[in-house]
Design a protein around this ligand. Structure first.
Ligand SMILES: [Zn+2]
Length: 317
């Protein structure tokens, strides 16, 4: 008998990504342009924008159900704070003005399936956890993309915190009084270690040139000192933030994903150096920090695996 299938949806700033999984094996996937921030900027009201977004999600779900009729549950990773009590989106940086939006009820009614909503970085963390095949019980995930997100797995379960705000690691202050962040504070980690942060570091050193992270990585590979320094700063700030997280959590396993992780060799040595220097001595040499093994699919995999947890007796947990 074939195993149940689960649909994972990752709602990103530019795309809706959908993947159907049988355990950790991808059976079907699709990417739909969504331009979330644009959608919210252009809509007349938050209600109009959520209604358009719901239509997009419903259309994606219909497409997945048509292609893979055996789907038993749907998981959604969404950029924003998800209340662990109500499963509503309490707030999202992409959607100012939106509070306590319940997207689970209408999607459940539309699909006739259980629907699980989680923060996108926490869903990605769960995806990375699933890929360990149960070899770890606790882990930290950090995703380096446009911003820096984080997710914590404790006792094989996602840990959202009391208000769904746990692991907002991108806003750990690594340089007091430093670069202004979208959150209103100065010197937050994501201003240095995200793709945007690396681009800003390079642009500050080489005025007049605006390169993307891949281009900066290519320059670094050719020995461009400013490009190398931009990645080293990213690694250094990540190591600093991570050492502080580990002083609170005492975990042994860390996975780093997101687009920037592709440039691993450019930032990891600085990360490792700073981490070892800043850790409590008893922990030095004991922390495993690895690059994501999800091929950039941790978000959809984790969302699917979270949906699987809703069904008793199935899933990765
Ligand atoms: Zn911030």
């Amino acid at each position: 008998m074939s195993k149940p299938l689960f649909l994972g949806i990752d709602v990103g700033g530019t795309n809706l990504r959908l993947g159907v999984y049988e355990d950790c094996t991808l059976r079907w996937d699709v990417r739909v342009p969504a331009l979330l921030s644009e959608l919210f900027r252009r809509a007349d009201s938050p209600a109009a924008a959520t209604s358009q977004l719901l239509d997009l999600l419903k259309a994606g779900i219909d497409q997945a159900l048509h292609a893979q009729p055996g789907i038993q549950g749907i998981g959604i990773g969404f950029p924003g704070f998800i209340s662990p009590k109500t499963h509503c989106l309490s707030q999202s940086p992409n959607m100012p003005g939106l509070h306590d939006w319940d997207m689970v009820t209408p999607l459940r009614a539309h699909s006739g399936l259980p629907v699980y909503l989680e923060n996108d970085a926490l869903a990605a963390a769960y995806g990375e956890y699933a890929l360990t095949g149960g070899m770890v019980e606790n882990m930290i995930f950090m995703g380096l993309g446009t911003g820096v997100g984080g997710g914590l797995i404790l006792g094989r379960s996602p840990f959202p915190g009391e208000h769904g705000v746990a692991m907002e690691v991108g806003h750990i202050i690594v340089d007091p009084g430093g670069r202004l962040c979208g959150c209103g504070n100065k010197g937050c980690l994501e201003q240095y270690a995200s793709a945007t942060g690396i681009q800003n570091s390079y642009a500050a050193a080489v005025p007049g040139e605006r390169l993307n992270t891949k281009q900066i990585a290519e320059r670094a590979a050719q020995g461009d000192v400013h490009a190398l320094a931009a990645f080293q700063l990213a690694g250094d700030t990540l190591g600093y933030a991570l050492a502080n997280m580990l002083k609170v959590l005492d975990l042994e396993y860390v996975v780093i994903g997101g687009g920037v992780a592709a440039a691993w060799d450019l930032f990891y040595p600085a990360l490792r150096q700073r981490l070892e220097a800043d850790l409590i001595p008893a922990l030095r040499g004991k922390i495993r920090v690895e690059a994501s093994r999800s091929e950039d699919r941790a978000g959809i995999l984790g969302a699917a695996m979270l949906a699987a947890r809703l069904l008793p007796g199935t899933g990765a947990a």
